[in-house]
Design a protein around this ligand. Structure first.
Ligand code: ATP
Length: 347
């Protein structure tokens, strides 16, 4: 167990757009909850570039390798042109192959379905995110979808182990192996093998992604853990976010073998950046996942205690109607954080 004074160092990447606002909010809430964390801040993204640095410096990558845990704000990715995604580069460079996105309903946030509680597990390193694109000839381009047995097996094993540890009952793989017979076919074969040979007690299902999306819209409560390759995981994450109130309430974590980077599912939201309107909950919930990870990996009960306090505070704030505008409320970022801290159980 850690001595009372010891703090866990965490790399903090505020990022672009609403990133600095939601990061500042998380720092305030962590301080109020007495979370035993010290931040090592690094600029990334357009903010770093504007300050004369690089989008993603080697120093930042090395810092995450050294510290092993990071909390990351969103980083803007230009559409259709410009630099490669810093988010994707970071995941690949650090081999953060498993993305986990818990999606759950909240009392006080009215949506079509109540009691939704599912987890998305997304392969994070290959698929159409290989970034291998080329112009074959004028007016013809190709994008390469990469699938390897190593990565498909690794993410499948990770998903089944996660389901077992978290007492989840069922894994559903979303795929399009009727069309992409080789790449998605390989993903399915790897998932089936891990299920049959290592985790036969977890229920296993497959659904073609188009039908799966229809089912998710009709009744998402029929699902438990979803396992998807990279692009499908990206799209289905936002779809599921829409079922529980939007991108403001869905956290995420990216795991490698010994590294973890926690980040919200949402992007940098340039349309509301700098206006004090952003919902900080998604990054705060990612921070709660990070505290739970520290509690488990560093065997420090103070992390679990502060994570419980933060969770109790936002559950209570939401159930009492204290909400930002994306959830139908009226509060700005700061006022929401004030409301949350007022409702935090005392240390
Ligand atoms: P990216 O390409 O980086 O994934 P995106 O295109 O998915 O980004 P987002 O930045 O995630 O776009 O924003 C999508 C919409 O959701 C925008 O209208 C944005 O304002 C809203 N949004 C995203 N995050 C939040 C938040 N934390 N609080 C309030 N609104 C948000």
């Amino acid at each position: 167990m850690s001595p009372e004074s010891q703090l866990h160092r965490v790399v903090l990447l505020p990022g672009d757009g609403i990133g600095p606002e939601v990061t500042a909010a998380v720092k305030r809430v962590f301080a109020a909850a007495g979370a035993p964390v010290e931040w090592e801040e690094h600029a990334v993204g357009l903010v770093a570039l504007a300050a004369g640095g690089e989008l993603l410096s080697e120093e930042t990558i090395e810092a995450i390798r050294r510290v092993k845990v990071a909390l990351k704000g969103p980083i803007t990715t230009p559409v259709g042109e410009g630099h490669a995604s810093v988010n994707v580069t970071l995941r690949k460079r650090l081999n953060l192959y498993a993305a986990v996105r818990p999606v759950r309903s909240f009392t006080g946030v009215t949506t079509r379905f109540e009691g939704l509680d599912l987890v998305i597990i997304r392969e994070n390193t290959e698929g159409l995110y290989s970034g291998v694109e080329n112009q074959v000839t004028d007016g013809v381009v190709m994008s390469m979808k990469v699938a390897t047995e190593l990565a498909c097996t690794r993410i499948s094993r990770w998903a089944f182990r996660f389901a077992t540890r978290r007492r989840r009952r069922k894994i559903t793989v979303f795929h399009k192996a009727n069309i992409m017979k080789m790449s998605d076919g390989l993903f399915l074969r790897c998932a089936r093998k891990i299920h049959q040979e290592e985790y036969p007690n977890i229920e296993y299902q497959e659904t073609i992604i188009d039908a799966g999306c229809m089912k998710l819209v009709q009744d998402p409560t029929q699902f438990d853990v979803l396992l998807l390759e990279n692009l499908y995981g990206d799209v289905v994450s936002d779809l599921c976010a829409g079922q529980v109130g939007g991108l403001g309430v869905v956290p995420g974590a990216n795991f490698g073998d010994d590294l973890a980077v926690f980040e919200a599912v949402h992007g940098s939201a340039p349309d509301i950046a700098g206006q004090g309107l952003a919902n900080p909950l998604a990054l705060l919930m990612s921070g709660v996942m990070m505290l739970n990870h520290l509690a488990e990996t560093r065997d420090d009960p103070r992390c679990r205690a502060s994570s419980d306090r933060i969770k109790a505070a936002y559950d209570r704030a939401l159930s009492e109607g204290q909400k930002t505008r994306d959830l139908g409320g009226t509060l700005g970022t700061e006022a929401f954080v004030d409301a949350l801290i007022e409702r935090m159980p005392r240390v």
